[in-house]
Every structure is written in structure tokens, then in C-alpha cells.
Ligand binder design. Structure first.
Ligand code: PMP
Ligand code: GLN
Length: 385
């Protein structure tokens, strides 16, 4: 059949930039600093626990909201982080990665004709998930090099149809980390306009230079009206496991689960057993800044020596680099492809995260969740650019 027997919900969506750049890296044997995933193994006890769980026979459906042991371990972690109690039964739902938590929330909240505010540069899954509901993404740009949010501009974008604001802190791809003032502004706007906040906090533990992550869950007003989303893929160096969770007040969680049970019903049982055991040891998630900071410094120094301008990376495991001194006339998509095919290092162009990219933006994103030897090799190649 040459014509679809239905109308596409996402006529303008192609393959994600992450898949495109990883495929190009593979095709050209380039060092892949594009898509965000580690090239080193996750903790041996985690993989061992997965094998043991399967061998012990934990191979059938988990309960719909997640394994009780994992939800209790998450509640204990949240209590330790934020100093208040979370109800493992009513407020925590285990999901197939953060991606499913994001989509589930967006689908639960938005009706056709509704609007959701998205701050650009935005992670690539938000806008298509909104469009798939027949709703509108209102995209408010945040500009380099500071990537500071203009909260007046955000509030001016709210309309009577706006139901949701999606935020991502620490931010991918801008690598900025919010202060308490940002959360106060967000809370004021959400309360004035009765918005739900969808807080993508998958990089909560990847905050550098002694900065603090300020979660919506630690803010009393925001906690009442937020869905906070997390990813074990990021925290435990296991992006392929695709397990995450979402935390929201009981009444909101009940609505999210109505959709969750028909999207996935439940999530990998042996993986949940392994994660529950691993989470209990706080040292597995508390030392991530110390682990990543030297990697960030190694890559940043190499980029700087190679003639790139650096946007300070406050959080996530990405480093933004301005290449305007090297190739002033190349747009970033062309530059990222050229760097991959001609110099053997793959990155991600940042303009693709904007509905309307800032004029003349010359910035690409490099992932430093890599072995030091990989980063050293990349730096050597970049020195020849
Ligand atoms: N949100 C952001 C900001 C991300 O960078 C990613 C990619 N890890 C996700 C969500 C998706 O996470 P997951 O792989 O757990 O679905
Ligand atoms: N979150 C990853 C990144 O930002 C990509 C995940 C994906 O490919 N969907 O690189």
C-alpha cells in the first residue's frame, strides 16, 4: 500500500539524532561521544544480581506499579535525599526507563487542544509525545552561553489551554543546573496558572563542581503538583536496562497508573530485583560527581587545547563545545557529521533541540561517560582538527 490508511500523528518526525549519529560513528569507525551512554561496564554486583534473580526464578510478571522491594528501596533513597517520607505504594511507579514515564505523564495529562510548555533546548522526546496527544508544545527558548531561564518569558507563554510545564534539571543538552531561585519561580508560575510540573531529573546525581541538585521533591509546593522522573540507566551506568521510575502525589499517581498498566503493564522482573538490592547501598549512587568530574576535566582540557570554546558543564555527563574558531561557516549538523567522518569523533549538534535554533549557533555536545582511554584517544584526534 503506497498510502497510509490513516493520518500520521507525527508527520514531521524522523529518526532521532542520537540514532543517526551513533550509526554514523559506527559506519566510520569513529569514537562515539554522541549518544549518551557509558562505554565501561556497570558494577559487577549489579550484573551478578541480575543473573541470580533470573536463576532464582524471578522471571514472571512483576506487580503493575513495580516490585514492592524496589519501590521500598526507592522510598528509602528519597527519604535519605529529601528528608521526608514517600509512600512506596501510592506515590512511586517503576517504568520502562525515564522515556516511558515522560510519555505516560504527557499522555495522562494532555487532551487534544491543550498546551504544554517546553524549555528549549529540550530533550527530543518531549515535543513528539505532546504532539501525539493532539496537543501543542509551546517552546520557550533558553539561550547560550549562560542558558539562564527567563521566567517572565516562560510565564508570558502560558495560555488558558496550558496544563503542563516540562522541565529538565540538570539539563540535557545545555548542562546547566538550577538554583533555588529557579525552583521558586517555577513554583510561583505553576501555582498561579494551576499547571502540573513534569520534572525530568534523570541527571540528579551528575552535578559537578560542588553544586547542589535542587529537586522538585524537596520543594513543598512543587512536590504537590509535580511528577518527578528518574532513570537507573543514568545512575547505574546501565542505559540498556531501560528501568526508571516516577514519583507523584497519590491522586496523580493513580491517573498515571491507569495508562501505565496498558502501555507496559509492568517492567522487567529480574532487573527490578537486581536494582532493589543495588539501591540499598547508597555508595552506589552517592559518588557519581567524584567519578565524572575528572572525566569532564580531561575532555574539557582536550577540547580547549584543540581550539574549541567551552560552555562550562555544571551537570549531566555532557560537555558543550563552541567550534566557531575552527569552522565558522559550518552549521552544527554539518560540523558534527564532518567531525565524525573526517576526524573520527562523533558528537551531537545542539540546534536540533530547538524549535527555532538561535541564529549562528556553533555548538556541539560531547559525552564524557567514557573510559579515560577513550577520552584520551578522542582528544588526540580532536587535536588534529
Ligand atoms: N531524559 C533525559 C534528559 C535524557 O537525557 C534521557 C536519556 N537518558 C532520558 C530522559 C531517557 O532516559 P531512559 O533511557 O531511562 O529512558
Ligand atoms: N539520553 C541520551 C542522550 O541524550 C539518548 C537516549 C536515546 O538515544 N534516546 O544522548
Amino acid at each position: 500500500m503506497s498510502q497510509l490508511p490513516f493520518t500520521s500523528k507525527l508527520p514531521d518526525v524522523g529518526t532521532t539524532i542520537f540514532s543517526v549519529m551513533s550509526a554514523l560513528a559506527q559506519q566510520h569507525g569513529a569514537i562515539n561521544l554522541s549518544q549518551g551512554f557509558p562505554d565501561y561496564p556497570c558494577h559487577p554486583r549489579l550484573t551478578q544480581a541480575l543473573g541470580e534473580a533470573a536463576q532464582l526464578g524471578h522471571n514472571q510478571y512483576a506487580p503493575m506499579p513495580g516490585l514492592p522491594a524496589l519501590r521500598q528501596a526507592i522510598a528509602a533513597k528519597l527519604q535519605l535525599q529529601h528528608g521526608s517520607a514517600f509512600d512506596a505504594d501510592a506515590e512511586i511507579t517503576v517504568t520502562a526507563g525515564a522515556t516511558q514515564a515522560l510519555f505516560t505523564t504527557i499522555a495522562a495529562v494532555l487532551h487534544p487542544g491543550d498546551a504544554a510548555i517546553v524549555l528549549d533546548p529540550s530533550y527530543d522526546s518531549y515535543a513528539p509525545a505532546i504532539a501525539a496527544q493532539g496537543a501543542q508544545a509551546i517552546r520557550v527558548p533558553i539561550l547560550p552561553p549562560q542558558f539562564a531561564v527567563d521566567w517572565e518569558r516562560v510565564e508570558a507563554a502560558v495560555t488558558p489551554r496550558t496544563r503542563l510545564i516540562i522541565v529538565n534539571n540538570p539539563n540535557n543538552p545545555s548542562t546547566s543546573v538550577w538554583g533555588t531561585q529557579d525552583l521558586a519561580q517555577l513554583a510561583a508560575i505553576a501555582e498561579r496558572h494551576n499547571l502540573l510540573v513534569l520534572a525530568d531529573e534523570v541527571y540528579e546525581h551528575l552535578v559537578l563542581d560542588g553544586l547542589q541538585h535542587h529537586s522538585v521533591l524537596a520543594h513543598p509546593a512543587l512536590r504537590q503538583r509535580s511528577v518527578a522522573v528518574y532513570s537507573f540507566g543514568k545512575t547505574f551506568h546501565a542505559t540498556g536496562w531501560k528501568v526508571g521510575y516516577m514519583v507523584a502525589p497519590a491522586a496523580i499517581t493513580a491517573e498515571l497508573r491507569k495508562l501505565h498498566q496498558f502501555l507496559v503493564f509492568s517492567v522487567s522482573t529480574p532487573a527490578q530485583h537486581a536494582l532493589a538490592a543495588h539501591l540499598a547501598d547508597a555508595s552506589h549512587w552517592q559518588g557519581l560527581s567524584a567519578f565524572f568530574q575528572p572525566k569532564r576535566d580531561l575532555l574539557a582540557a582536550g577540547l580547549s587545547q584543540a581550539g574549541f570554546g567551552l560552555v562550562p558543564s555544571q551537570g549531566t555527563y555532557f560537555q558543550l563545545a563552541d567550534y566557531s574558531a575552527l569552522q565558522p561557516d559550518m552549521d552544527d549538523v554539518t560540523f558534527a557529521r564532518w567531525l565524525t567522518t573526517e576526524h573520527g569523533v562523533a558528537s551531537i549538534p545542539v540546534s536540533v533541540f530547538y524549535a527555532q535554533p538561535p541564529q549562528g549557533m556553533r555548538v556541539v555536545r560531547f559525552c564524557f561517560a567514557k573510559q579515560d582511554s577513550t577520552l584520551q584517544q578522542a582528544v588526540q584526534r580532536l587535536a588534529r582538527v
